[in-house]
Design a protein around this ligand. Structure first.
Ligand SMILES: *[C@@H]1O[C@H](CO)[C@@H](O)[C@H](O)[C@H]1NC(C)=O
Ligand SMILES: *[C@@H]1O[C@H](CO)[C@@H](O)[C@H](O)[C@H]1NC(C)=O
Ligand SMILES: *[C@@H]1O[C@H](CO)[C@@H](O)[C@H](O)[C@H]1NC(C)=O
Ligand SMILES: *[C@@H]1O[C@H](CO)[C@@H](O)[C@H](O)[C@H]1NC(C)=O
Length: 333
């Protein structure tokens, strides 16, 4: 049975003061690394860095040269600082791989094996920040670095973790450099990146929403609201029954927010209803790109479908009309 597609957009002029927290002041700078030890002669590495969810730099696989992936990255720091970071990364990668290679260490690790590292700092609106460095072995938590005390601590009970913990705690110079990088450099550089990368951080993409029905059995109707193409990630999607918000419960099921390939996001929300129950239903979407307005997509079994293209035009036309009206109103005052 072909589920009828419903697509319609309406704007409600709702005032929702304070619904969106100011993004300023809260930010994350994270570094990710993967080391695949195929055999004694071949280690495959990849490294990349993110500001919030924007991948802004990587290390080239073989030369381990820094690559700047957004135009604002290089100008954000002095040339000498980039050279310094480049050198630190090369030495760090070289030493880390050496100490985790099974042939160069007192412990034997069977090939192939994988180490993954995440490190970075999170800055909060009140100006405080947290920092971390974690290492995983074959996808399990393995070792972490206590930045404030400059001490390595194992996150699993294995003999291997105990040995690596002991070994890493003898690398005093390495630990001190890492402490400085995570406690001071990370936040200092993040503040520069926020300043220079503001346009990327404040990018907004409008959500496109579709409502359609599925009938897994004659007695059950599943209304599906699919929302995609939005940025930033934070969004609110709710079902309305006769204009009233349906609280989350056994009848509702909302997916995780999943990434699209173009650094936008998608999710879907499902509401189970009884067929022909006489109620009206709508999916309501609130997102930063909509300002204080909401997107309302009613589900109406009697109407025919509109295309996504028309939907976007309706949306833009409404926004333009609104902007025009506000401008006109302001001019007349
Ligand atoms: C090491 O692993 C790589 C990738 O799997 C392979 O191409 C290479 O032949 C291996 N080398 C040895 C000495 O086993
Ligand atoms: C700052 O905010 C963070 C996150 O909300 C909180 O964990 C921390 O305790 C706050 N610090 C201070 C000094 O208020
Ligand atoms: C971390 O940085 C803060 C602020 O710069 C400083 O007060 C603190 O002493 C540093 N902690 C360590 C362990 O270096
Ligand atoms: C929600 O959907 C997921 C994925 O389809 C499913 O595994 C899960 O059982 C559903 N939960 C409820 C409460 O319907």
């Amino acid at each position: 049975m072909q589920a009828p597609h419903r697509l319609l957009l309406l704007f409600l002029l709702l005032n929702l003061p304070g619904m969106w927290a100011d993004p300023e002041g809260s930010c994350k700078l994270h570094i990710f690394q993967t080391y695949i030890f195929h055999n004694t002669s071949f280690v495959d590495t990849s490294s990349w860095a993110t500001l919030e969810d924007i991948v802004f730099a990587t290390l080239q696989k073989y030369t381990r040269d820094l690559c700047y992936l957004r135009p604002w990255v290089y100008p954000a720091l002095p040339e000498a600082e980039w050279e310094n970071l480049q050198n630190l990364f090369k030495i760090y990668l070289h030493n880390l791989i050496l100490s985790l290679s099974s042939d160069a260490s007192p412990y034997q690790i069977p090939h192939p094996y994988v180490f993954q590292c995440t490190a970075g700092c999170d800055l909060y609106p009140n100006g405080s920040y947290t920092k971390f460095y974690r290492l995983a072995y074959n996808a399990d938590d393995f070792l972490s670095f206590d930045v404030d005390n400059s001490v390595w601590k194992r996150d699993q009970k294995s003999e291997l973790a105990a040995q690596v913990e002991m070994q890493f705690n003898t690398f005093i110079g390495f630990s001190e450099t890492l402490q400085l990088l995570l406690n001071v450099t990370c936040v200092d550089h993040m503040k520069k990146f926020i300043e220079y990368g503001r346009a990327d951080l404040e990018r907004q993409e409008l959500p496109v929403a579709t409502v359609f029905a599925r009938t897994p059995s004659p007695a059950q109707l599943l209304l599906v609201c699919r929302v995609t193409g939005f940025y930033p990630r934070s969004i609110s999607v709710a079902w309305l029954r006769d204009g009233q918000e349906v609280p989350p419960g056994p009848d509702t099921n909302t997916s995780a927010i999943l990434p699209n390939a173009d650094l936008t996001y998608q999710l879907r929300s499902v509401l189970a209803v009884a067929p022909h129950d006489g109620h009206s239903y709508a999916c309501r979407v609130r997102h930063r790109s909509l300002g204080t307005r909401s997107l309302l997509i009613p589900w109406d079994s009697s109407k025919t479908a509109l295309s996504v293209g028309i939907t976007i035009v309706v949306l833009l036309a409404t926004a333009a009309a609104l902007a025009g009206a506000i401008w006109h109103y302001r001019r007349r005052r």
